[in-house]
Design a protein. Structure first.
Length: 681
């Protein structure tokens, strides 16, 4: 998917006796050549001689009551195809229906297919029966071109004798031409997890650490985040008395202690800090979709930023929901397309223009089989009111197949108040996971320093001469200090305390004190908040207290061919105060102009809509959410396929939306479009 058409061929078989057909069967099949290498200790997959950059999702169960059948598989897999994914991991072999494999063949989705072992050092009671099942599975599905990997165990290696048996089974019964991978997160892979949301820049920065496997981006078979549904879905499975605040009923749907590794506490804190404390469940669901978009888009774009420079691909945990929950999904149990779906769909475009949260670089990612010449890459930066700034950039580029082509860096402003910028830095230790100590003074949030994994570690900055300052800003990576001291010195030998933190929260910690004079400034870590060491993106020393309003900028990226046709576009919101987007809550309501009509193509109904933010509008129409409902009872028209959602319109701009669905969902042809920008609370 994305590299070419997954052509299928048809073979009709008939058995005749005495001129009469007694039996017949139609077989649909594909032809695909897989090859593999582990250059650089990274597993690579090639199809027909072409390396494929993996963009995938984990599929743990088709439906928790085992009610998924036939065409439902086609729908679920097509949603993956529409997100521009090219691989599904059949986690622990949970899905065994032919329709799943048929749909993956049809839509060009490769399958990473696990056997039935899960990270526990034990053997099945009857290893011979287990092995017979493994052989039958291989024989049953081996003619599907979608299968790219056979995997022995999730997060472990099958105990003897099973690992050897499974390797021989694949070699013997699948012709030995597809890869057997014993362990899903080790052996030329970069681990699995984490399974909670992080600051977007974390996904771009060396390295987004996982559990098990090698260091690096490489090929990560699991990494994900909690994904809260829209309010319209939430109220279908949570009783009204349990809507707000968070409670045990939420936990029953995996948003509490039961899902600690999904980080529900951190997810809620991220919403509070970035978008403002929600006023209730509707406001929470509304803001959650913005977090879903941000995190899931950054996850894939971070890997793509480093394509072939270590990075080979990443698989989301998870892409298919098995039951109504608040975690690990893209579309939800009712087929509502959450912000995660739109973040994945945008980031995984085969030809894609993207911006790095970490270093402000703009690149074009080409994961197609084609080269593109004479493309125009453009960035336009707007202020919160929708007015263009003077930061616009345009450049002509060529984009070769399977490359990340640099375009330019956006100069979004640098704090000249920072005395530490570019200064010499010394640390007690440097972890191989990250860069050197000087990473904290390079003004680049795409680099970080990380210490060894022990409590007593430090890093200091040599200002070159005695300077007067009153503020220190520590921009922590996920591995932060629970307890630390800020110290100053005249000779980097004797240190004086100027601040002690006993309950650090991570993120951006800004510490202001009475002005002091010193040449050397040190952060002394006393107690880690995580298993890892201490890790900082930036260590700023400010002459004066930083007084910056949480301004929000909008970044629009456009990629056009030489005829001016739009090939890719992208949109970001950025804050001068490290992900503080609360200024978005000051946007005044806007009245959009909406026109639409219903038409039919082949066997589908299509709503064609045009949505306009008039030139006379009061403001930018931010994150416009569109949902079609039946006029008769307000029921959402789901499942449906759409070309876009949560889009932003500047004053005078318009957007065309197509919503495609089964005519059975709208028998009387009467519908309404709910069109709601974030502004309109």
């Amino acid at each position: 998917n994305g590299y070419g058409k997954p052509n299928l061929y048809t073979c009709d078989l008939k058995y005749s006796m005495d001129g009469r057909v007694s039996d017949s069967r139609r077989i649909t099949f594909g032809i695909r050549q897989y090859s593999y290498d582990t250059i650089g200790h990274v597993l690579h997959i090639s199809v027909n001689g072409k390396r494929i950059f993996i963009k995938g999702g984990n599929w743990g169960m088709s439906e928790y009551m085992l009610r998924c059948r036939g065409d439902e598989y086609d729908l679920k897999v097509k949603l993956h195809k529409e997100m521009h994914l090219n691989m599904i991991r059949n986690w622990i072999g949970s899905t065994t229906d032919d329709a799943f494999y048929d749909a993956c063949d049809k839509y060009g989705i490769m399958v990473w297919d696990d056997f039935w072992l899960n990270s526990h050092p034990n053997l099945p009671i009857d290893i011979f029966d287990f092995n017979r099942n493994a052989v039958e599975k291989i024989k049953r599905f081996r003619n599907h071109p979608c299968i790219a990997i056979w995997c022995g165990e999730n997060e472990g290696v099958p105990l003897p004798p099973l690992n050897g048996w499974l390797a021989e089974d694949v070699k013997t019964f699948d012709g030995g031409d597809r890869w057997y991978q014993p362990n899903s997160h080790a052996g030329n892979l970069t681990g699995s997890g984490p399974w909670t949301n992080f600051d977007p820049q974390w996904y771009f920065t060396r390295y987004p650490g996982g559990f098990g496997g090698n260091k690096g981006w490489g090929l990560r078979t699991e990494i994900g985040t909690a994904v809260f549904p829209t309010f319209a879905s939430f109220k279908k499975f949570i009783p009204e008395k349990d809507w707000w605040p968070r409670n045990e009923m939420w936990n029953k749907h995996f948003f509490g202690k039961s899902a600690a590794n999904a980080g529900p506490d951190h997810y809620m804190e991220s919403i509070d800090e970035r978008y403002g404390k929600p006023t209730g469940i509707k406001d929470f669901c509304r803001k959650a979709q913005l977090l879903n978009i941000e995190t899931n888009k950054a996850l894939f774009e971070g890997w793509q930023q480093h394509i072939w420079n270590d990075a080979f691909g990443v698989m989301l945990w998870m892409s298919n929901p098995a039951y109504p929950s608040m975690v690990w999904q893209t579309y939800d149990y009712y087929y509502d397309l959450t912000g995660a779906y739109w973040g994945v769909r945008k980031s995984c475009e085969p030809l894609h223009i993207q911006w790095s949260y970490a270093d402000n670089s703009v690149k074009v990612i080409n994961t197609t089989d084609n080269d593109y010449d004479h493309l125009e890459a453009q960035a336009i930066v707007y202020d919160l009111s929708g007015k263009k700034t003077n930061l616009e950039k345009t450049v002509e580029i060529n984009s070769k197949s399977n490359t990340a082509q640099p375009c330019f860096n956006l100069d979004l402003g640098f704090n000249t108040n920072d005395l530490a910028y570019g200064k010499k830095t010394v640390a007690s230790s440097v972890s191989k996971d990250a860069g050197g100590a000087d990473a904290v003074t390079d003004g680049n949030q795409g680099t970080r320093w990380s210490s060894d994994y022990s409590d007593d570690q430090w890093i200091y900055i040599d200002l070159g001469k005695e300077e007067k300052f009153s503020t220190v800003v520590l921009n922590w990576e996920a591995a932060y200090a629970k307890t630390f001291k800020l110290q100053i010195s005249d000779d980097a030998s004797g240190w004086r305390d100027i601040y002690t933190q006993k309950n650090g929260k991570g993120g951006v910690e800004s510490v202001t004190f009475h002005p002091v004079k010193a040449r050397y400034v040190r952060m002394l870590g006393l107690q880690r908040a995580t298993f890892f060491g201490y890790s900082l993106y930036e260590f700023e020393i400010l002459k004066n207290q930083r007084i910056v309003k949480p301004q929000v900028q909008f970044i629009r990226l456009l990629l056009k061919d030489k005829m001016g046709n739009l090939l890719s576009d992208n949109f970001y919101w950025r804050s001068a105060m490290n992900n503080d987007y609360t200024a978005l809550n000051t946007l005044p309501p806007v009245k959009l102009k909406v026109t639409s009509f219903l038409t039919r193509e082949n066997d589908s109904d299509i709503i064609e809509a045009t949505i306009i933010n008039p030139a006379s509008s009061k403001a930018v129409a931010f994150a416009v959410y569109v949902q079609a409902v039946r006029s008769s009872d307000g029921t959402r028209i789901l499942p449906a396929f759409m070309n876009d959602n949560y889009f932003t319109l500047m004053k005078g701009e318009s957007k065309k939306i197509r919503i495609i669905f089964d005519p059975k969902l709208l028998k009387d042809g009467k519908y309404q479009l709910l069109v709601t920008p974030y502004n309109n609370k």
